[in-house]
Design a binder for this molecule. Structure first.
Ligand SMILES: [Fe+2]
Length: 314
C-alpha cells in the first residue's frame, strides 16, 4: 500500500485561542478553514487542525477525553485509496467522502482518514556543516547561524499514541495497512513506518491504562540540529515549557525537543532522523533512560565567561 505518511492530526481543544497562539509560535502557518476551524501548516502543507472540543465538525472524541480526534494519512494516489478501502472494508464500515478520502476506525477506536497526500515536495537545502577531512558544505563567507535565521518546521514527522492494548493497536497497522516495525522499545512498543516512507518512524506506541488512551505527542522535522536548537530556544524565550530535551534519541537517531502544549499532548521539534529500507533488521531494547536517548541536555540562559558572579565560577 502506497502510504506516504501523516498529513495532519486533528484535535478538539478546550482552549482554542491558546492552541492557535501555541501553534503559530511553534512556527506553523495558520490558515482559517471555516468559521470554527484552523489548519496550522509546516512548510510542506502537513500540520495540525484545531477546533474547539464542542465543534460538531469534529470526528467523535475518544472515551478518555484525550483531545486527539483524527489521524489523517496521505497516500500516493487514488489506486492506493482503492486498495485500502478493499482491505479495511472486509470487517468494518469505510466511509468514502466526496473528495475521495476514506474514513474508518481502527481496532482501538482511533479515528483515521486516508487521502491523496496534500504534502508539497520541498526543495530546500539541509543544514550544512563544515568538518575537517570533508569538503566544506558552506562556501567561504557563508555563515552557519544568525539572529534572523529561519527555523520553521518542514513537515509532520510522527504521531505517538498511548494505547491500552499494544497488540491490537500495532497489528492493525502492520497486518491491514502494511506498516513495518523498525525497532522496539520493550515495555513501551514498536516504531512503525509505512512501506512507502523511509523515515525511521511515523508512529510509536506507549502502553498505558485504558483511561489514558490518546495522543502522547506529535513531532515535526526541522532542517537540522541547529534549526531545532534555534527554534526551541526561541520557543522557551516566548514562555513555553520544555518537557524533554534538547537531546538525541538512539532509535531513529533523531534530535528531539518536546514541549507541553494546550493540545493535551506534547509537541516536538525533531531533526536528522535515520532512513531505512527493507533490509533493516529491527533492534530491541528495554525502555529506560539509557535506551531513550544518546544524550540529554537542558536549556539555560545565555551566559558569557567573566560576565558577572556566575561567570566568575567558570
Ligand atoms: Fe518523537
Amino acid at each position: 500500500m502506497n502510504i506516504i505518511g501523516p498529513d495532519c492530526v486533528v484535535f478538539g481543544v478546550d482552549d482554542l485561542e491558546g492552541s492557535k497562539t501555541f501553534l503559530a509560535d511553534f512556527g506553523l502557518k495558520g490558515v482559517q478553514l471555516d468559521d470554527t476551524g484552523w489548519l496550522f501548516q509546516a512548510l510542506d502543507g502537513t500540520g495540525v487542525l484545531v477546533r474547539h472540543r464542542s465543534d460538531p465538525k469534529l470526528p467523535p472524541a475518544l472515551d478518555t477525553g484525550n483531545m486527539l480526534r483524527q489521524q489523517i494519512y496521505g497516500v500516493a494516489d487514488a489506486a492506493a485509496l482503492t486498495e485500502i478501502e478493499a482491505e479495511i472494508s472486509k470487517d468494518r464500515r469505510v466511509t468514502r467522502l466526496a473528495d475521495g478520502a476514506l474514513e474508518f476506525v481502527d481496532d482501538l477506536g482511533f479515528q483515521l482518514r486516508f487521502q491523496v497526500t496534500i504534502r508539497r515536495e520541498l526543495d530546500m537545502p539541509a543544514e550544512k556543516i563544515n568538518a575537517p577531512g570533508a569538503p566544506a558544505q558552506r562556501a567561504a563567507n557563508e555563515l552557519g547561524v544568525s539572529d534572523t535565521m529561519a527555523a520553521a518546521p518542514r513537515t509532520l514527522s510522527h504521531v505517538v499514541l498511548f494505547v491500552p492494548d499494544m497488540d491490537k493497536a500495532v497489528n492493525f497497522f502492520i497486518d491491514r495497512l502494511g506498516f513495518i516495525v523498525t525497532d522496539v522499545l520493550k515495555g513501551a512498543g514498536p516504531f512503525l513506518r509505512p512501506a512507502s516512507n523511509d523515515d525511521h518512524h511515523t508512529m510509536f506506541f506507549i502502553r498505558t491504562p485504558n483511561y489514558m488512551q490518546g495522543c502522547e505527542h506529535i513531532a515535526f522535522h526541522m532542517g537540522g540540529p541547529t534549526e531545532l536548537m534555534v527554534a526551541g530556544d526561541r520557543f522557551v524565550r516566548k514562555g513555553y515549557q520544555s518537557f524533554w530535551g534538547p537531546g538525541r534519541h538512539k532509535f531513529g537517531s533523531n534530535w528531539f525537543w518536546y514541549f507541553n502544549s494546550p493540545l493535551g499532548c506534547r509537541v516536538e521539534y525533531d531533526a536528522d532522523m535515520d532512513k531505512h529500507d527493507n533490509s533493516w533488521v529491527a533492534r530491541e531494547a528495554p525502555i529506560g533512560p539509557e535506551a531513550s536517548q544518546m544524550f540529554l541536555l537542558q536549556w539555560r540562559e545565555k551566559w558569557a565567561p567573566g560576565g558577572g558572579p556566575e561567570g566568575a565560577r567558570h
